[in-house]
Write a protein of this length. Structure first.
Length: 407
């Protein structure tokens, strides 16, 4: 420490001497003046800084509010845009869902479209409707008094066969009855493609070319040869094949034997190997099929197992315009039903609705055909306000028809 002090003293002694004649008061006054000047400058600076800061704050506040307003408008616009996009997506999804439904539902409908690529009946699919508007259909070129069945009396002494042919959209099946002239009814099946006029009748009988009757086995069961290569287009074509061979059910057989051209069981993609097909009784409602203005057929709509006759009669009031299916019973006709085997009792509750209707023959026949599928042999029509309609005497129970859609 002593060494450091010595060095400081030495350094100070070497500094030059300064003579100053000013007194202590002079120094004090000068320093005070400088301090006061600094205070004045500080006050002057503060005088403009505070307003400047206030103005800047106001500008910032206005800017923030402006941004908030802009963001609010932008957010509202974005929300509107987003909502518009969302609505468009919802609408698209709704339309897509409707298209998938109408074009009920699904892979089978696609198979049906593929089956119809030959140009037959490619119409837009649609749902069923029982509105009054859909109950109306044009029959100017169709004789409303003509019968579209063969009665039991008319069938006496004649030989008929019935082909089951799908409509041109492969949705429903039309039984077509043909009278034979001393021909073998089994061999007659192989002539079906020559007899069915697809274009004129709005039907599709192509699958018949893949099925051939070849004889009877030792149990008196018809044997059918199926070209399985022509039956691999999906469940739709398989279903068609299973329906058209009901031709042999109309001949009184409960089942048929099937095989491929090599004599082996038929292999179907969605069914597997098939050696025999057993026919089951089906509950059906019969509606009008009008593919052309001058053609009219009864067409079968297969009902769910366990359906009641009341449900079947109500189904007769439902049109399906997309498939050219017309309701034979007007929606405003009220019917009371009482079934007692073998007679079905039908009572019309508002016969005034039918007083001048040209649809009465269709009402009568649709009920007769539908009742037949439920096992009834006769139908007793009551309170219709008339005793004769076409060939039908209504003051007594009417026998169900023997055949349908004679051609």
């Amino acid at each position: 420490m002593k060494k450091q002090n010595d060095e400081i003293e030495k350094t100070l002694s070497e500094m030059p001497k300064i003579n100053d004649s000013r007194s202590f008061d002079d120094y004090y006054n000068q320093i005070s003046k400088q301090v006061n000047q600094r205070k004045i400058r500080k006050h002057a600076k503060r005088g403009w800084i505070i307003p400047a800061i206030t103005s800047a704050a106001a500008l910032v506040l206005v800017f923030i509010i402006g941004l908030q307003f802009i963001n609010t408008n932008q957010t509202a616009d974005e929300m509107k845009t987003y909502q518009s996009i969302e609505d468009s997506v919802d609408q698209a999804e709704t339309n897509e869902s409707a298209n998938e439904s109408a074009s009920s539902g699904d892979a089978e409908m696609a198979e049906i479209e593929e089956y119809n690529q030959d140009g037959q009946g490619n119409q837009d699919m649609g749902g069923a409707s029982n509105d009054d508007e859909n109950q109306q259909f044009s029959m100017q070129e169709v004789d409303a008094n003509s019968s579209m069945v063969v009665t039991q009396d008319e069938s006496q002494g004649k030989q008929f066969v019935t082909f089951i042919i799908p409509d041109n959209q492969v949705q429903y099946f039309a039984p077509i009855t043909v009278e034979m002239n001393d021909q073998d009814p089994y061999e007659f099946f192989n002539q079906s493609r020559e007899l069915i006029m697809d274009d004129e009748w709005g039907l599709s009988s192509d699958v018949l070319s893949s099925i051939t009757f070849i004889g009877m086995n030792d149990q008196n069961i018809p044997i059918l040869e199926m070209d399985e290569t022509e039956l691999q287009d999906g469940t739709a074509i398989e279903r068609v094949a299973m329906e058209v061979i009901r031709y042999f059910q109309y001949l009184g057989h409960e089942k048929v034997a099937v095989r491929d051209p090599n004599g082996d069981p038929v292999s179907l993609a969605h069914v597997g190997e098939v050696e025999e097909v057993t026919f089951e009784n089906q509950l059906k409602a019969y509606k009008l099929y009008q593919p052309q203005s001058d053609e009219l057929f009864w067409i079968e709509k297969v009902l769910m197992n366990g359906a009641s006759i009341e449900e079947a009669i109500e189904e007769l009031k439902v049109s399906e315009e997309a498939f050219n299916i017309k309701a034979p019973v007007p929606n405003n006709v009220n019917i009371e039903i009482e079934g007692q085997d073998p007679v079905l009792n039908i009572r019309f509750l508002n016969p005034e609705q039918l007083a001048e209707s040209t649809e009465i023959p269709y009402i009568i026949e649709s009920i007769l055909l539908t009742a037949k599928s439920f096992g009834y042999e006769q139908v007793d029509f009551n309170n219709l306000g008339m005793t004769q309609v076409g060939p039908y005497q209504l003051d007594e129970p009417v026998q169900v028809p023997a055949y349908i859609n004679p051609r």
